[in-house]
Design a protein around this ligand. Structure first.
Ligand code: ZN
Length: 328
């Protein structure tokens, strides 16, 4: 369900999922039958009770009522401070805004099934997911619900895992995830992100007295200032060693945004500019760190808003998948 079908006119939307899939299929995975490396998630099955492990009852009630439209307008920032529509044209919509909940639940299911596949196979990558800005009582930054914590708490509830890590390398801090998991010793979080810019620079409370979730710390926060890019992988490595001090988890969920890429086109990612080579180094560093410790890992795509964003995912998956498939 592309956002344009809802009349949402976010300027930077490229078909990165399809590009990644086609590039792998025609490139380094061409010699492997697709059935060996590709699964389609069912996209259904996430229920109210799954959301309630993460979100407040009043927010879940609003999502499952006509009030969902108001929540969607807020989450996707479709109304400006004067109360007029902003990058939203209802006349272009083919679907009602309320279907954004169906879309979000399908993404949660994808993240959940990716976690299950990772537990079964050791590694799985979802070409979607990563709604890390949603907090317990509202959606934010295009994230209506937090697929990451909903998926992990569901799997914990099913008794399949006890401990999990969330390693978030998107350009933006995983602020919603930090708020939801604050004080939860079963989910440890590491976020490495731009040290400034959205959402970190806004005041702790806005004019209406609403709390800015980015003031809640992750277990490990690593802010990278502009100009510190050469230190990125060293700082990430130090962060992973610190994460290890909490004890090894049963599953790691990696929020693998490509928006720190120097060619990303979203204005709010400008303060962090990593090269294509550094991003491959980043992904392989995390991948090897986890596989050397036999930690199953589930990965989600998260942010990435440029014509060339797809290359970041192909560089990584095009390296690790042939290795894994040749050993099986
Ligand atoms: Zn991002």
């Amino acid at each position: 369900m592309p956002l344009i079908d809802f009349g949402i006119l976010i300027p930077i939307q490229y078909d990165k999922q399809e590009r990644v899939f086609q590039a792998l299929k025609e490139g380094t995975l061409a010699r492997f039958p697709e059935s060996q490396w590709h699964r389609v998630p069912s996209c259904t099955g996430i229920k109210r009770e799954d959301l309630l492990r993460v979100h407040t009852p009043s927010y879940v009630d609003r999502l499952f009522s006509p009030a969902v439209e108001k929540e969607a307008l807020r989450t996707f920032e479709l109304v400006d401070s004067n109360g007029t529509f902003h990058r939203y044209d209802p006349s272009q919509a083919k679907r009602p805004l309320s279907d954004l909940l169906t879309r979000a639940l399908a993404i949660v299911q994808g993240t959940y099934e990716t976690c299950l596949t990772a537990l079964e196979k050791g590694f799985a990558y979802f070409l979607g997911g990563g709604m890390h800005h949603a907090v317990p009582d509202y959606g934010s930054g295009f994230c209506l619900v937090n697929d990451l914590v909903i998926a992990l708490r569901k799997i914990q509830d099913e008794g399949k895992i006890q401990q999990a890590w969330i390693i978030d390398v998107d350009a933006h801090k995983g602020d919603g995830t930090a708020v939801i998991t604050y004080g939860d010793p079963t989910i440890r979080t590491l976020s490495i992100h731009m040290a400034h810019g959205w959402p970190l620079d806004a005041p702790e409370y806005d004019v209406q007295g609403r709390y800015n979730p980015s003031y809640t710390p992750s277990d490990i926060d690593i802010g990278i200032d502009s100009g510190e890019e050469p230190l990125y992988t060293t700082k990430l490595k130090e962060g992973l060693y610190r994460l290890e001090q909490f004890g090894l988890p049963d599953l790691a969920l990696v929020v693998d945004g490509s928006d720190p890429f120097e060619k990303d086109e979203l204005e709010s990612t400008r303060l962090l500019a990593l090269s294509e080579e550094t991003l491959l180094e980043r992904d392989l560093l995390i991948y090897r760190f986890l596989t050397e410790r036999n930690i199953p890992s589930a990965w989600v795509m998260a942010g990435g808003y440029g014509k060339e964003s797809w290359k970041i995912y192909v560089n990584f998956l095009g390296t690790v998948l042939p290795e894994r498939l040749s050993h099986n």
